[in-house]
Design a protein around this ligand. Structure first.
Ligand code: DHB
Length: 309
């Protein structure tokens, strides 16, 4: 039994897409919805449509991926309208990712979403690393606190935030203190890509993506230990919230690791991009087999129970 109940939502299993992958158009969103995934999340949106950065802007390697997409999206109303027509009763929850270029843009979208009274939950992205000249909000604790103060004034329902990876225990504690001041914040998704990595092609002696002279967000196996550390630390430091694990899940083993570290549910990014929606059924089969081998009947039997030495 892989089912998960959280935030009053029922999911048949804990896997869904990471925002950005297979979720820009209705056709792609429907691909996820009609797959074995347990939920669906939309591409991070801005109030107006955006074409994004010049191509090539995504590249896979044997160890993961690098991207600098630049927030190409069909515009907030497109995803809100998808959320309006979404068949919630079928038991596959919908999350709507918001990534305004300014706090006011996020507040405008959240005000509209609150008025629409939909059953989808917002995941507010505090961590897009790919906009030239724009720092990631998640690395400015004071700005996050001020943003969350205003967000919770305009949006009173349950919501979550997508966080960048942190690399220092003092930063985990400082960010946790900010987040714990907002009881309406019900989940944190850890992690967004490790920002501004550089992949080099030795044959061409070149970068592999065009924007930002080759710098881009890293995903996939490169980021797994960083993702697990962020899931584990926020699981401990945010006892009244859920942690959504994201980063480096390629098989049932990595999904198990994220849940053992404390993730309630998990998202698949690079692997889904490379393999397509068949990845969900494969990873679920692998997770089930691993649980049978270990004698676990449900996810609660091992969630958060990582041992220390
Ligand atoms: C993009 C990348 C991200 O990591 C993110 O959180 C939002 C948008 C992008 O480049 O489109």
């Amino acid at each position: 039994d892989l089912s998960v109940s959280w935030l009053g939502l029922a999911m048949a299993n804990p896997l869904y897409n990471a925002s950005g992958v297979m979720c820009r158009s209705v056709a792609e969103l429907e691909q996820v919805r009609t797959s074995a995934a347990g939920a669906v999340i939309t591409k991070s949106c801005t109030p107006q449509p955006r074409v994004g950065n010049p191509e090539p802007r995504y590249c896979a390697t044997p160890l993961g991926s690098i991207n600098s997409m630049g927030l190409p999206n069909a515009g907030y109303p497109y995803y809100r309208d998808y959320a309006r027509s979404y068949p919630y009763a079928a038991g596959k929850p919908l999350f709507l990712s918001l990534s305004g270029m300014t706090l006011d843009e996020n507040l405008d979208m959240l005000r509209d979403l609150a008025a629409a009274e939909l059953l989808c939950l917002p995941e507010v992205n505090l961590s897009c690393p790919n906009l030239p000249g724009k720092p990631q909000l998640g690395y400015d604790f004071q700005a996050c606190s001020e943003a969350l103060t205003q967000i919770t004034r305009v949006y009173q329902g349950p919501f979550g935030v997508k966080l960048p990876p942190y690399f220092d225990q003092v930063h985990f504690a400082q960010m946790a203190a900010v987040l714990n001041a907002f009881p309406g914040l019900r989940f944190v998704t850890c992690i967004n890509s490790i920002g501004n990595g550089l992949v080099i092609d030795v044959e061409r002696e070149s970068v592999v993506i065009k924007p930002k002279d080759g710098l881009g967000g890293l995903g996939g196996s490169y980021v797994l230990p960083t993702a697990l550390a962020n899931v584990r630390e926020f699981y401990r430091l945010l006892p009244d919230k859920h942690v959504v694990g994201c980063g480096g899940i390629n098989s049932g083993r990595e999904a198990f690791m994220h849940i053992l570290a404390g993730a309630t549910v998990v998202q698949i990014g690079s692997c889904l991009y490379e393999e397509g929606e068949g990845a969900f059924a494969r990873i679920l089969d692998e997770l089930s087999a691993l649980m049978v081998q270990k004698g676990y009947q449900r996810l609660d039997d091992f969630r958060g129970k990582l041992k220390t030495l």
